[in-house]
Write a protein of this length. Structure first.
Length: 388
């Protein structure tokens, strides 16, 4: 079997990839590499590269970097340039099927082969949820347009990464559909459980309004008022100057400079060190699908405190592998952090449960096996899996 995987803007520095769909795709590729099958060509249509080139990632996996085009807007490049280039690449590689990892206007490139090769897509984002928390007309329009075009051009074969996502897209007409979560890298499993508690937290995500990092500053300040001191490191870059100013002003106002560290983007290779020194991962997002940061923290044996957003409740068993919190007020999160403060026995017991669940659900090889089985069902025309 030959599989072409398509997505935009994969970094040529693989170890520098910081998260999101790119990390999920690379983890799937690592699973295929470990299996030794199928033969995979990952096509990155990139605005960063000017000349096409290939990386041999594994004996059965290559990454091909395709220049996006000369226009300043990706949509125009996909429409006018990428279709022709994809048609040539499909003719050369002759894939059994093509697997898209991103929707929206990238799906214009389906016109290169949509009538000759089976297509499928993994739906990572939820436009309807993102629209609810969009800030400003421009962001709202971008999400809306990508959602409309994506729904129009979605293939009939769909992988959902959570039951939450599956239920939101249940009106889509499909030939084959299943639920397969994102894969995590095996590197996290080798991180030992933490013996001593240092009351140190980590928040791993791009720093922006939808991720709601500002909420955690409110929580830390409320705890500080009671003499309970936690430190936190934010791993991710600011996406807007407005939110940077908001966060920095709050740190200064609350006197949290000694408790808060902004790391910026943390490379793939550096994340194990972050998890090793962390007692708990925290996420207070307004909208999520299936955060890979949670899966990685659980694999490292670190409990997670996260908001009840999207599919997060599918990942965390409240009070067993972590905590689910409300973000309307800080009281819930404050109570959770007070209950585990200087409590290494409780944290270790929860960490053991988190590691077990991550091993069962998110291993890269396991996800790759399930994905390959779905490919085979599409090609054989057999009834689709409903859940995995």
């Amino acid at each position: 079997m030959r599989v072409m995987i398509v997505l935009p803007n994969m970094s040529t520095q693989i170890e520098a990839i910081t998260g999101g769909v790119l990390s999920a795709t690379m983890n799937l590729l690592r699973g295929f590499a470990e299996m030794g099958e199928p033969e995979v060509l990952l096509v990155s249509i990139s605005e960063e590269v000017k000349e096409p080139h290939t990386i041999q990632f594994a004996p059965n996996c290559r990454i091909y970097y395709m220049p996006e085009g000369p226009f300043p807007f990706s949509t125009l490049n996909y429409f006018f340039f990428s279709v022709g280039r994809m048609r040539k690449l499909v003719k050369e590689f002759q894939p059994s099927l093509i697997h898209y990892q991103i929707g929206g206007t990238l799906l214009f490139t389906r016109w290169a082969s949509m009538f000759s090769v089976p297509h499928l897509i993994t739906i990572h984002g939820i436009p309807s949820g993102e629209l609810k928390v969009a800030r400003g007309l421009r962001q709202w329009l971008e999400i809306f347009i990508n959602g409309v075009i994506g729904e129009w051009l979605y293939p009939k074969n769909i992988i959902q990464i959570s039951a939450y996502s599956r239920d939101l897209f249940k009106k889509l007409k499909t030939d084959h559909t299943c639920v397969i979560p994102n894969a995590m890298p095996e590197r996290c499993e080798s991180i030992p459980l933490k013996e001593k508690m240092t009351n140190h937290l980590a928040f791993v995500a791009a720093i922006k309004y939808i991720k709601n990092q500002s909420f955690m500053l409110d929580v830390l300040y409320a705890l500080k008022q009671e003499g309970i001191i936690y430190t936190i490191e934010f791993c991710g870059g600011f996406t807007t100057e407005e939110y940077r100013r908001e966060m920095e002003a709050k740190v200064e106002k609350f006197g949290l400079a000694d408790q808060v560290k902004f790391n910026g983007w943390v490379a793939y290779s550096e994340m194990p060190a972050v998890l090793e020194r962390t007692d708990m991962l925290v996420m207070s997002s307004r909208q999520e699908t299936l955060p890979m940061a949670i899966a990685e923290a659980m694999a490292a044996g670190r409990p997670v405190m996260a908001s009840r957003a999207g599919a997060v409740p599918e990942m965390i068993e409240d009070g067993v592998t972590g905590f689910l919190i409300d973000i309307d007020t800080v009281e819930n999160a404050v109570a959770v952090l007070k209950s585990v403060y200087n409590n290494p026995d409780k944290m270790r017991a929860m960490g053991e449960q988190a590691k077990r669940k991550a091993r069962e659900n998110y291993q890269a090889r396991s996800v790759a096996v399930k994905t390959l089985a779905f490919y085979e069902e599409i090609l054989s025309g057999q009834p689709a899996m409903q859940t995995v």
